[in-house]
Ligand binder design. Structure first.
Ligand code: ADP
Ligand code: MG
Length: 374
């Protein structure tokens, strides 16, 4: 009997998730489930007005990190922070975490202490508890974290919910984590080429390296929004790059968007790195991943409150779906903005926006999402 073998790479990450979802379609759906696969976290009813959110992310050595770069305490911090980021993207507060650890033979007790110190630090910073997990041997260091959070039903925010006329907003600055990765990869290459005679110079790029190795989840931003009386109409965290996340909001909300490129903030150090590598800093900001900032939309009546908030920028507007997702800059005018995102350890982000030459923007076609970074 012949068995067909279709490589999973032929589907791309998002095609793969759609395919998995289709295999699960027959499972009877609980009336308490509000959102399953397809947002930053799943959401279910946990009481009369309380919702719980749950999210899982893995970090695998050689795929998501290189152990020679990252102190184990930073790795522990990051593993928690990236999960908290998905919880806050639902406008929810993180409560409990579990961790499954796959440990290779060359991992020491001291490294383990560092890992758990980092996780403990993150749990304290985000007001959570680590309540369990699982431990196994593995061929490479592997961490799988699950975080459960809570939100009042009236406060929950999904990827869906953006309306035509809303403003697109972004916390903090972006492109820094990618710039940090560039610096670290470059230092590794120099080290390999020059051996022990090479002294890495990481002093000049402290900010971007920290953005890469020790990202913060923006729990402070959702608290600030609440204080300002603003409930976003939609929200997502920036793990795969701003362009990719705008597409996710567009796809789930059934809208298009225009991103004003000069309004997308980056740190001066991010620009310095882009300049050093003769790259376009806007490509870092639009397509670089792992910044873990929040991208969200607000109704027009809330835009003044956003303008008054420190560390949040208005970077664009929500438009009809037929217009697609576009980028505007004074130099180039309006162009389609493709979701080309971050590829882990695999070359620069693509500057994938081209001259806009028609009335209609690109449609929201799932095939556009193939080849996206994990
Ligand atoms: P994020 O980048 O916010 O973590 P992902 O792109 O990883 O989100 O996942 C998108 C959606 O697909 C989420 O709802 C996630 O729970 C779901 N998902 C991802 N991988 C799987 C899987 N192997 N099986 C079932 N659902 C998955
Ligand atoms: Mg997310």
């Amino acid at each position: 009997m012949s068995q067909s073998f279709t490589p999973i790479s032929s589907l791309g990450e998002f095609g793969l998730i759609d395919r998995m979802q289709s295999r699960l379609a027959d499972i009877p759906r609980s009336e308490n489930l509000i959102v399953g696969i397809g947002d930053d976290a799943a959401v279910y009813r946990a009481g009369d007005t309380k919702l719980h959110v749950v999210t899982t992310d893995v970090l695998i050595e050689g795929v998501h990190f290189d152990r020679t770069f990252i102190p184990t305490s930073y790795l522990g911090w990051k593993a928690i922070a990236v999960n908290v980021s998905d919880v806050v993207a639902m406008n929810a507060k993180p409560l409990y975490a579990t961790v499954s650890a796959g440990l290779p033979r060359n991992f020491s007790v001291e490294m383990m202490d560092g890992l758990y110190d980092g996780m403990a630090e993150a749990c304290k910073a985000y007001g959570m508890e680590l309540v369990g997990g699982d431990t196994s041997t593995a061929h490479a260091l592997y961490l799988s974290i699950t975080v459960i959070g809570e939100v009042d039903e009236k406060d929950v925010v999904f990827r869906r919910g953006a309306n035509v006329g809303d403003y697109l907003c972004l916390s903090g600055d972006v492109g820094g984590a990618y710039a940090g990765l560039k610096v670290l990869l470059d230092q590794r290459e120099q080290l390999e080429n020059m051996g022990d005679s090479y002294e890495p110079d990481l002093e000049a790029f402290q900010y971007v390296i920290r953005r890469q190795l020790r990202p913060k989840a923006r729990l402070d931003v959702i608290e600030g929004l609440k204080k300002a009386g603003v409930r976003p109409t939609s929200m997502i965290d920036v793990s795969d790059g701003v362009a990719s996340e705008v597409h996710h909001i567009g796809l789930r909300s059934g809208v298009g968007a225009t991103v004003r490129v000069p309004a997308v903030p980056f740190d001066p150090e991010t620009r310095a790195v882009a300049d050093q590598f003769m790259d376009d800093v806007d490509a870092y900001a639009l397509f670089g991943g792992e910044d873990y900032e929040l991208l969200f939309t607000v109704a027009p009546e809330d835009v003044q409150a956003i303008d008054d908030m420190e560390g949040v920028s208005v970077i664009g507007t929500i438009e009809e779906a037929a217009k697609g997702v576009r980028a505007y800059s004074p130099d180039t005018g309006l162009m389609p903005l493709h979701p080309a995102g971050y590829q882990h350890f695999d070359g620069p982000p693509q500057t994938d926006y081209e001259t806009f030459d028609g009335e209609e923007g690109p449609s929201f076609d799932d095939t556009e999402f193939s080849g996206d970074g994990a």
